[in-house]
Design a protein around this ligand. Structure first.
Ligand SMILES: [Zn+2]
Ligand SMILES: [Zn+2]
Length: 361
């Protein structure tokens, strides 16, 4: 069938919105009509790295309605409302241990530009088109997913709001609630007050942390973090971040999270910890980590975290319930753009004007 998608044509190039062809779902797949899709920095990071040999449809925070299901699909039926999340195999040792974001096939299934068997369900003008980004490629009117990464959601909330729960929001909230296990009374410093960081701030409040410090260089983002649960804010452009965090936490934070991927920021996130503190590393960088040896030796932990250690079928409904109760107001982060304005959304995301763009179809 034909649908309309935003195509990333080549390394660093703007998106183009064009008709594409999409195959019918295979036996283990579902076809989802996309209602809205969040934009995550990973979409733009991969657009600008472009590890594929052909144009691709990106997008990995899709929300939509199941239109057709393959013969072997049992968990979903047409009409189900779903949030699309990252893909995993369901069979490897990590998946068996309930850690699907560390799946043996995480990279090929999410970044490979194709299904596990290297085929693509997408074409443009009969020519090759990569897809299956995070097992979905949801910058498209329709997307192919599987029942493992299409998570059924309740129908009492606006579906167009829920897509970011598939990646950015579970990443920040899961780091706090699942990976670090931040307990009541703890202190935590969150570096970067974007969608991932503020999700971590909101989750820290849910967890009962008593000192929640948001660090950024943009006053508007810091103000939003303060409204959504931070007890303190630090403007890194104006203050000595480590000194301020140590003062606020009587010597060092129990936990920190780096959402920036900037080596100097990561170093601050480690140095600002108390002994036995844990720093969660959420963002990627090609640069080497440079950390003061002694700070790590003195009982500190630096822990890499993918997708907030989430089991999506369990964690996405949990966050939806917290949201319904008013305890996780992630709708405050979002701004909606029609698909045709995807390049504006990308620009607003990169320069920090918009915390979480959502494209609507
Ligand atoms: Zn696996
Ligand atoms: Zn993402």
């Amino acid at each position: 069938m034909r649908t309309t998608a935003a195509i990333a044509p080549a390394k660093g190039q703007p998106f183009v919105v064009e008709p594409i062809e999409i195959e019918e779902p295979r036996a283990d797949e579902v076809l989802v009509r996309i209602v809205a899709a969040g934009m995550c920095h990973t979409d733009l990071g991969f657009r600008d790295m472009f590890p594929w040999d052909r144009p691709i449809v990106l997008g990995h925070e899709g929300a939509g309605i199941v239109e057709r299901v393959g013969a072997n699909v049992t968990a979903l039926v047409p009409g189900d409302r779903v949030v699309l999340t990252f893909d995993s195999c369901g069979r490897c040792r990590r998946c068996a241990r309930g850690k699907p974001s560390y799946c043996d096939q995480f990279r090929p299934r999410n970044f490979g530009g194709a299904r596990a068997d290297r085929s693509s369900a997408l074409k443009r003008d009969g020519g090759p088109l990569a897809g299956h980004f995070f097992g979905q490629s949801s910058f498209s009117g329709h997307a192919i997913a599987t029942e493992r990464n299409a998570i059924k959601v309740a129908d009492d909330l606006p579906l167009e709001r829920l897509g970011p729960l598939g990646c950015g929001i579970i990443t920040g909230a899961g780091a706090v609630l699942n990976s670090l296990g931040v307990p009541t009374g703890a202190s935590i410093a969150v570096f970067g007050a974007g969608a991932v960081g503020i999700s971590g701030v909101m989750a820290a409040r849910v967890a009962g942390a008593t000192t929640i410090i948001a660090v950024d260089v943009k006053p508007a983002r810091l103000a939003l973090a303060m409204e959504l649960g931070a007890t303190h804010i630090v403007n890194a452009a104006q203050e000595d971040v480590v000194k301020r965090i140590r003062a606020l936490t009587l010597g060092g934070a129990d936990f920190s999270i780096d959402t920036t991927g900037v080596p100097d920021v990561l170093r601050q996130a480690v140095v600002a910890l108390a002994t036995l503190g844990v720093c969660g590393v959420i963002a990627g960088s090609e640069a080497p980590m440079t950390l003061p040896w002694r700070d790590v030796l003195y009982g500190r932990t630096v822990r890499g975290i993918l997708e907030g250690d989430a089991i999506p079928s369990e964690f996405i409904p949990l966050l939806i319930e917290l949201h319904r109760q008013g305890r996780f107001p992630f709708d405050r982060l979002v701004r909606y753009y029609p698909l045709a304005e995807i390049n504006q959304a990308a620009q607003d995301s990169l320069n920090g004007e918009t915390v979480k763009p959502i494209l609507t179809f």
